[in-house]
Design a protein around this ligand. Sequence first.
Ligand SMILES: *Cc1c(COP(=O)(O)O)cnc(C)c1O
Length: 372
Amino acid sequence: MSIQKLVTSGVRSLQPYQPGKPVEELERELGISGIIKLASNENPRGASPCVTEAVAHALRDLARYPDGSGYSLKSKLGSRLGVRPEHITLGNGSNDVLEIIARCFISSGDGVVISEHAFAVYYLASRAAGANIVFTPADRYGHDLSEMRKAISASTRLIFIANPNNPTGTHLKHRELHAFLKDLPEEVIAVLDEAYVEYTDGMDHPDGIALLNEFPNLIVTRTFSKAYGIAALRVGYAAASEEITEILNRVRQPFNVNSLALIAAEAALEDQHFVADSVRENKEQLTRLADACAELGLQTIPSAANFICVEVGPAAAAIYEAMLRLGVIVRPVANYGLPNHLRITVGTPQENDRLIDALRTAIDEPAPSHRE
Ligand SMILES: *Cc1c(COP(=O)(O)O)cnc(C)c1O
């Protein structure tokens, strides 16, 4: 008897999500310190001091359950976004929300459309729920909306769009996304993942929240893990119609967002200066990294986010390993169908100095063998 036979067909085919390598793990392996991690698109400036202070204060009351409705955070978030709290579903990170969505709308055999090179969690969450996934070919590494439209069939329930996309950094402009949504059958729910939306200022980037009025079959997800700098605490959310929100809340765990996370997210929202400074520095440093890669003779995919996907060639795995030995963690993206690329999170100016040095050294001398 094999336990494997008992596993649902969706889960049977899954591989666990591969996160960026933790600093502590590399420290243990190499016995070195001073490691920098540019592998998970966190805010290199950390979190706002307002957050740290609010969390320290909240540590006094760990015995109580959190507010399961997240009332206070949803009110603040709602006024910032211009929607009522009845349109917001909070999640333990937006990954949690993506999973809730799959659970609500996918039964075994239902269709889900995902672009090549799109964020891995769409596949994981949908497949675990039993979906048949259709992958559509990318257009210059980004989502090809006409291919995605063509892939929709009578069985399609969900379509996932990451804007900007991780790991490619590509993004769709307002006009193309709007035209796509207008043409989308009402019976298909579009999930628009805007984890990096804060970084897209001034790029003719669509505002998913503004599109909600027009498209009742749209769900927008966002997160506090990236520009807001609190990935450790896990807070994300979905904004959608009241009807969809009520459905999502049926399966949401009652206390899925913990008290410290709720308080931290509220404090993070209040400090918009911190977010604006982070975004400004990211923009400068992103340009600098793209220029440095060009000087090294490496192609990059134009990025609208806080990371850059660099084509380093068939030695990508060895270059990644060589960089690890220099104490710089980046992200291999072979599992995204990009075996010749590495994804690099934009760090602080000092981190980027080290990154550029390490990349230069590693492309000259990739590690001879590699474990993966
Ligand atoms: C980082 C990321 C998320 C956010 O995940 P959290 O669970 O909110 O930390 C969602 N979507 C994409 C595309 C991401 O890169």
